[in-house]
Design a protein around this ligand. Structure first.
Ligand SMILES: C[S@@+](CC[C@H](N)C(=O)[O-])C[C@H]1O[C@@H](n2cnc3c(N)ncnc32)[C@H](O)[C@@H]1O
Length: 257
């Protein structure tokens, strides 16, 4: 059914005469196609009598629900899912600098949705590459800050500490840092990393331990690790590890090599 919609949209693309309209139509088509790629997940039409629940969408009950949502939300109206997520969201926000159209942003948004972070803030360019988000941006709050000052003002207005995530000189290890319950984790972008301005506004900058030859991991992976550290600390109440890392020779001795 969605594939038919995608074909219809493709056929009508030619009818647009302004490039702005065409760009909008192309964006809509890419959302339909992206959702279509996930057509194999989900459930078919709901059998038997439908429960009387205003959160349920009669259209989805009748046609089936092929969206990439957890089973708990099957057949729910989109707005009902968004409202439910919002009322139980975690007080951690993620910000990412986007001055060079970083391709990792979609993956950051998807992870933020999985963690049910309170919001994602895109700092710099408003437009970002949605591909890696897999439509998850439709389920959580994604806001825009035109510059770092705007992000810092927004955080200060809510008394939220801003913590940089980067392995820049002066960074302290994330692994031994006691993350605050409500905070903003700000990531830099591929190439330049966290800007000097963002760094100056951060309470601390936190580095993720690395042991290989690469200078860094990608921002999407870094966001996932940092958000998971927050989950371990504040959902599972796990205190950070002691400051002295066990590694190198003592770890090899432990495993006998
Ligand atoms: C590819 S890195 C930026 C380049 C990096 N500064 C360099 O010197 O090569 C992109 C972003 O990912 C995050 N990141 C990458 N590796 C990290 C690490 N080991 N610890 C914390 N954040 C990291 C940071 O937010 C960083 O700004």
């Amino acid at each position: 059914m969605r594939l038919t919609a995608a074909k219809r949209s493709a056929e009508t693309l030619n009818r647009y005469d302004s490039s702005r309209e065409l760009a909008g139509a192309r964006r809509s088509l890419s959302v339909v196609v992206q959702e279509q790629r996930e057509v194999e997940v989900g459930v078919g039409p709901r059998a038997g009598a439908w429960p009387a629940d205003p959160r349920l969408d009669p259209q989805l009950l009748a046609d089936g629900d092929r969206r990439n949502v957890v089973d708990q939300y099957r057949y729910w109206h989109h707005d009902a899912i968004v409202a439910d997520l919002a009322q139980r969201s975690h007080p951690v926000h993620v910000a990412i600098e986007n001055f060079t159209h970083d391709f990792n942003i979609g993956s950051v948004v998807r992870t933020a949705n999985a963690v049910n972070a309170a919001s994602v803030r895109i700092v710099g360019n408003r437009r970002w590459n949605r591909r890696g988000a897999m439509v998850t941006d439709r389920y959580l709050q994604v806001d825009h800050d035109p510059d770092v000052t705007s992000l810092l003002d927004w955080a200060a207005g809510r008394s939220l500490p801003v913590l940089g995530i980067d392995n820049l000189p002066g960074a302290v290890p994330l692994e031994t840092y006691d993350l605050p319950p409500a905070c903003v984790l700000v990531l830099g972008q591929e190439g330049p990393g966290l800007s000097d301005e963002a760094r100056a506004g951060c309470q601390d900058v936190l580095s993720i331990a690395q042991f290989g030859s690469t200078r860094s991991i990608n921002a999407g992976a870094a966001a996932a690790i940092a958000l998971h550290a927050w989950v371990r600390r504040h959902v599972f109440d796990q205190l950070p590890a002691p400051a002295a890392p066990v590694g190198g020779a003592s770890l090899r001795a432990r495993v006998g090599r």
